[in-house]
Design a binder for this molecule. Structure first.
Ligand code: TRP
Length: 340
């Protein structure tokens, strides 16, 4: 029996932060090290270009940064295939064929795309590539015959659309060459969508409320010290609120089993009054640094040789391309366009 296949990717539009770390990276490393799956992880630069066409230099820069983030959290090119979407032209070709099986109305119905269109303020000028990106995502997933796709809940509509495309393709061309994938979503919704340090519902670059895997310790300290807590907890003696208090929210997520008793005691003291924010923040900083310090150290080490990082990506892309080419040839055969 060959191993089940897992595929997942990120848009390279900036460095990765703690939200990415608890929401997906940590889980990917665990899956990789279980050694039960064949894993493909990729940088979806073509997808990033669908709404950043005029900022390609930002995407180029992010490729190096995200690759460093990957390596420093423990994704290992010897265990997983790490590659760049744009270096696999077979993906664009598959997208072409799938486009004929998806109506415009279906694309316009995709709830995540709808939300993004509203957020990005495209108005009447939605790039056609943007509307079509769920189809290109279906190409990413099916080219590698992925069985499982670990993603955030916002990606559910993409997986659903991919499954429809697979069924439609296999039915239309009487084949079973495409595989219907299953999404794997975060069990813990809290970790699946980590709020920002300002208490905003989502940690995100555009909101400027993130702690990055590449932040140095002083930056992390400053960010932790500026975290949103309880605005009514003014004097140390005042009773404080846990709900909505980012320090406790993060402690619950980043605390390990052995920290639980300590965290519970701190919560009680805080609610009663008598525990200051500086103390809770110092404790959180310690907990975060336990996780971040080794990542940061490895990151600095890998960053010394970007040539090597790009060679790793090139090798990964070559391997991925061979797999995607096999699928494309089956697809063309099923469609009867393998003329020669
Ligand atoms: N849309 C995903 C995101 O924004 C990135 C992505 C592109 C992806 N292709 C994929 C994820 C294929 C999983 C599988 O995060």
């Amino acid at each position: 029996m060959s191993k089940p296949i897992i595929l997942t990717g990120d848009r390279p539009t900036g460095k990765l932060h703690l939200g990415h770390y608890v929401g997906s990276l940590k889980n990917r490393v665990a899956l990789q090290n279980e050694d039960k799956y064949k894993m493909f992880i990729f940088l979806a630069d073509q997808q990033a270009l669908t709404d950043h066409a005029k900022e390609s230099e930002k995407i180029q820069e992010s490729i190096g940064n995200v690759a460093l983030d990957y390596l420093s959290v423990g994704l290992d090119p010897n265990k997983s295939t790490i590659f760049i979407q744009s270096q696999i032209p077979e993906l664009a070709e598959l997208t072409m064929y799938y486009m004929n099986l998806v109506s415009l109305a279906r694309l316009e119905r995709n709830p995540t795309v709808k939300t993004e269109i509203a957020q990005k303020g495209f108005g009447e000028s939605i790039p056609s590539g943007f509307l079509v990106y769920p189809i290109s995502q279906a190409a990413d997933i099916t080219a590698f015959k992925a069985n499982f796709v670990p993603v955030g809940t916002d990606q559910k509509p993409m997986i659903e659309q991919t499954r429809e495309i697979v069924r439609s393709f296999n039915h239309t061309y009487s084949t079973d060459c495409l595989v219907e994938p299953q999404g794997i979503y975060p069990e813990n919704e809290g970790a699946g969508r980590l709020p920002g340090i300002d208490g905003n519902a989502k940690m995100s670059k555009s909101l400027g409320n993130g702690i990055y895997l590449s932040d140095d310790v002083d930056t992390v300290r400053k960010k932790v010290m500026s975290m949103y807590t309880d605005p009514n907890h003014i004097r140390i003696e005042d009773p404080g609120q846990i709900k909505g208090n980012m320090v406790f929210y993060y402690l619950d997520i980043f605390g390990r089993e052995e920290d639980k008793a300590n965290i519970t005691a701190m919560k009680e003291e805080y609610q009663k009054g008598g525990l200051g924010d500086v103390k809770t923040k110092r404790f959180l900083l310690e907990i975060l640094e336990r996780e971040l310090a080794p990542i940061r150290e490895r990151r600095l080490e890998y960053a010394k040789d970007m040539g090597e990082v790009f060679r790793m990506l090139e090798k990964g892309s070559q391997g991925a391309r061979a797999t995607a080419a096999q699928t494309l040839s089956q697809v063309k055969e099923a469609m009867g366009i393998n003329y020669f």
